[in-house]
Design a protein around this ligand. Structure first.
Ligand SMILES: Nc1ncnc2c1ncn2[C@@H]1O[C@H](COP(=O)(O)OP(=O)(O)O)[C@@H](O)[C@H]1O
Ligand SMILES: CC(C)(COP(=O)(O)O)[C@@H](O)C(=O)NCCC(=O)O
Ligand SMILES: [K+]
Length: 244
């Protein structure tokens, strides 16, 4: 059994796998990390390995506390990945994006793939059918858009996520919801359409905390899987143990 942990900029997501089978998913904040890992290991006693992918500011220390019980691995860009990295600055590429690209490469062989991760940021990653990782885009995530509007203005309130009634917002709050939600949906459909102008065929995977909210609003057909990063971490681990 393996415990995979994805430290994002908003939340920590974790999952226990038995081979390829996902047994349970856990979501928690950084301050609850040790308590949660302890609990998971108590409930899944057959766990032998802990695999961490982190883009957050959390260091290795909290994980190393479990070093005596299980093997702890920190995935980094020095590990081997099943794609050729064509990013001009591979040393600054987010490890979460590399894990997503690895998962897409292994899970959808011999085809072009676009991975969209709607988390704190929206990341776009494109891996072509020859398994070249080409890069993509980074833009502000759904929550970040609401927060940025409030933080950098004097008059805009901080709203929680809301469904826009219409394209045309008729009040301050309706305008913000239209701008944030419709704006992001248009952005994602727009990106997909621009990729379609360049590539005849590719599959699209949507993941991250806002997957379900966004998936039903997009015009394009996508695979929506909010656990794709966790599943990709598990696959990367299986791939690594096979190739080590
Ligand atoms: N309970 C929640 N707490 C925080 N964000 C949430 C929650 N439920 C859904 N979200 C959405 O998830 C997004 C963060 O996604 P997530 O994949 O967890 O980010 P990251 O991987 O960057 O930590 C936010 O934009 C927010 O809209
Ligand atoms: C773009 C990100 C901040 C996304 O983080 P997330 O939304 O998953 O928390 C992360 O992948 C990162 O720190 N990237 C480094 C820059 C790059 O990928 O080029
Ligand atoms: K992201």
């Amino acid at each position: 059994m393996i415990l995979v942990v994805d430290v994002g900029n908003t939340r920590i997501k974790a999952a226990v796998f038995e081979g390829a089978m996902l047994l349970e998913v856990f979501v928690f904040s950084q301050i609850e990390l040790e308590k949660n890992i302890k609990n998971i290991l108590k409930n899944f006693k057959k766990t032998t390995d802990l695999m961490v992918s982190s883009v957050g500011d959390l260091g290795k220390q909290p994980f190393l506390a479990f070093d005596k019980e299980i093997k702890v691995h920190f995935i980094s860009n020095k590990d081997s990945f099943p794609f050729q990295n064509k990013y001009a600055t591979p040393q600054t590429l987010g490890i979460d994006r590399m894990v997503l690209a690895a998962g897409a490469t292994l899970r959808y062989p011999d085809q072009n793939r676009l991975v969209i991760d709607a988390g704190t940021c929206i990341t776009y990653d494109f891996i072509d059918q020859e398994n070249n990782y080409l890069g993509g885009a980074i833009s502000p995530g759904l929550r970040l858009r609401y927060e940025a509007l409030h933080h950098y203005t004097a008059k805009l309130p901080l709203l929680s996520l809301g469904i826009p009634e219409d394209l045309i917002g008729k009040s301050t709050s309706e305008s913000i919801h239209s701008g944030v939600v419709n704006g992001l949906v248009y952005e994602i459909d727009g990106f997909i359409n621009q990729y379609k102008a360049r590539y005849l065929n590719f599959i699209i995977i949507l993941t991250g905390g806002d997957t379900d909210f966004l998936a039903k609003r997009l015009k394009n057909t996508i695979f929506a899987n909010s656990n794709f990063l966790l599943e990709s971490l598990n696959q990367t681990f299986q791939h690594k143990t096979k190739n080590d």
